[in-house]
Ligand binder design. Structure first.
Ligand code: CA
Length: 227
């Protein structure tokens, strides 16, 4: 009897230990998937000919694939982006670039054509125009038509260095269609599935609003990590 009892005890204790180990494994695994939030693409999108904010020789590059019609892009630009600029762009650690995504058809294309034209002809005010156009995105009914030639020219007229007549001609003649198509090719090449998509060097974030993760990726890259 005594022996039988102690055998049972041992079995119970062993079961408890095994269950404990199993649940620890489950917790570790779920922690891992919670903290990953990244996909390594292995390469950086080419930023030649793209708008660039920050120092040319900044060691880390952050790229946004965005769409002027996309509400999450507007939100990202108003919340995460200013932090990124304050913490890393202004001190020369990060340069930031933006690639157009045309998820919303004609309006996305119109906004992109205008932005590319401003980049070509008045690069000094590109980022202000970019911000100005996003600012016009309605906060409630963003699906309603709002990127029109009229709206674009109205935003552009706030910047003395933009030749509004030239911009109008550029839009009508689709002067920057090559640049817009080039961006669309990059969207395909990098298999962009949503906007905004944020990349830190060759690493794509699953959640672009996870600024803690963006920071940790930048810090790792600054230390020469991920190599
Ligand atoms: Ca572009």
């Amino acid at each position: 009897m005594k022996n039988k009892n102690s055998g049972l005890k041992t079995a119970v204790i062993l079961t408890i230990i095994i269950l404990g180990l199993l649940s620890t494994l489950v917790v570790i695994n779920s922690m891992r998937s919670e903290t990953t939030n990244e996909t390594s693409v292995g390469k950086l999108p080419p930023t030649e000919g793209q708008p660039l904010l920050g120092e040319n020789d900044a060691p880390v590059t952050v790229v946004e694939f965005g769409d002027f019609k996309c509400p999450a892009c507007k939100a990202w630009g108003e919340t995460v982006f200013p932090e990124l600029v304050d913490d890393y762009v202004d001190n020369g650690k990060v340069k930031f670039s933006y690639i157009n995504v045309l998820y919303h058809g004609e309006e996305s294309e119109l906004g992109s054509l205008a932005a590319e034209s401003v980049l070509k002809n008045s690069p000094d005010v590109y980022w202000d125009f970019h911000k100005g156009l996003f600012k016009e995105q309605p906060s409630l009914n963003h699906d309603a038509l709002w990127i029109t030639q009229e709206k674009i020219l109205e935003v552009a007229s706030n910047f003395p260095s933009i030749d509004v007549e030239k911009l109008q001609m550029d839009i009508e003649q689709q002067s920057a269609i090559e640049e817009v198509n080039n961006d669309a090719e990059l969207v395909k090449e990098f298999n962009i599935q949503k906007t905004p998509t944020i990349m830190v060097n060759g690493i794509m974030l699953e959640d672009p609003f996870d600024y803690k993760k963006i920071k940790s990726l930048i810090e790792k890259e600054l230390e020469g990590g991920n190599k």
